[in-house]
Design a protein around this ligand. Sequence first.
Ligand SMILES: Cc1cc2nc3c(=O)[nH]c(=O)nc-3n(C[C@H](O)[C@H](O)[C@H](O)COP(=O)(O)OP(=O)(O)OC[C@H]3O[C@@H](n4cnc5c(N)ncnc54)[C@H](O)[C@@H]3O)c2cc1C
Length: 436
Amino acid sequence: MTHRIMIIGGGAGGLPLATALAEAHGRGGRAEITLVDPNATHLWKPLLHEVAAGRVGAQEGDVSYAAVAKRNGFRFVRGAMTGLDRGRRQIAVRRVSDREGATDTQATLEYDTLVVCVGSETHDWGVPGVRDRAVMLDTPRQAERFRRDLLIAGVRADARRGTTGTGGIEVVIVGAGATAVELAAEIRRTTRAQAAYMPARLDLDRDVRLTLLEAAPRILPLLADRIAASVGSLLSALGIDVRTGERVVEVTAAGVRTARGALFPADFVVWAAGIRAPAWLAGLDGLETDRVNRLVVDTTLRTTRDPDVFAFGDCAACPWPESGEHALLPPRAQVARQQAVMLVDTIGARLDGRALPVFRYRGFGSLASLGELSGAGGFLGRLVGGSLLLQTFTARSTFALLHFMHQVSIHGTGQVLRDTLARWVHGGGEARMKLH
Ligand SMILES: Cc1cc2nc3c(=O)[nH]c(=O)nc-3n(C[C@H](O)[C@H](O)[C@H](O)COP(=O)(O)OP(=O)(O)OC[C@H]3O[C@@H](n4cnc5c(N)ncnc54)[C@H](O)[C@@H]3O)c2cc1C
């Protein structure tokens, strides 16, 4: 009988998995692969801060799930999983029918193997005002909206400077992990590019004030002290005000208030202070979850309480024995990708009745890219010397390679090379940022 594999979530992990599984086990009719996602199109999540900063358009990297499914031979169901009945091996799905994400029907889908990879969302930690007033970069729509609002704010501030002689924009980014640091650097780069299109009243480099607030004593907690210190120097040189030891307790119309009573005025607040898995995973038909809703899995990526349910990527709490007794894998696209590759073998082993492989993560570095400003010959080299320059160069190359491999896993090498060449040939005349 055909084995029914249900993949929930077509992100950095789920979409490559569906494509590879269809290739490996779908064509011969051994398995039927279904991918479920509430969106019609896929955008690789690590590109979101570049969308937010206007470096790439939300549609530029967009991929239609239905088209990829048809080309590769798997089924795509547009909808959001809402429930699970493990006894019946059924999932409940809220079907989505239009561009705005409106839902109409409920459906029940059956599986033999269920793979959950629904990613993560920004965690507000219950801080008042965050949900209503801060921007979170979880979806292309949020990133695109932030880009447009920032652009409009720039134009208005420029006009204000022309009429009243005063103007400026305050952007406060809360959190100083890799995402927040990258975003700050990208925004600085974008505002510089935007300045070239403005009537020169506003000095966007000087008048767009960027502040990073971090509760911990230092930025980039996952990286070595020396690197964090060097990146801190770079951010200062870019005019980004980095404040550590500032725990945010409230976001108000006036700005961001911290535990020691300081108020940081803000026109825009971007919240990037940690993530959690979607709340509906907690208590999903008795599966084990941790305190941030992640499904607990063993090193084979199987959930601890059901051998037919697997989870990976950001929504899984997966042991990382090579890093320590209680260490867990970090929420990175690199991790999700490597896990997807292994799961193709895992499913093969399941179908053959063999022992499941064990996941071993191979990290290729996680230094923040810091936009083009960090590139060879950029500020970084002059400011902090060769060793960090080499590391950021390596990080950017790793990022580009990771993105390339993601695209190859979806479209195939030939098409990605053709597209890359076409972009390179036609790219010269394009604006360096999106202005509309
Ligand atoms: C701004 C930013 C920059 C980043 N930069 C990097 C980087 O440089 N390097 C790196 O390694 N990592 C980076 N990351 C982290 C990386 O994006 C994630 O670790 C990675 O996307 C996780 O992959 P995933 O498949 O688990 O989840 P995702 O890629 O988030 O995909 C989850 C999918 O599940 C779908 N989904 C959600 N709910 C449901 C539901 N109920 N039913 C069905 N489907 C659902 C979503 O629509 C989505 O398509 C960055 C993240 C952000 C936000």
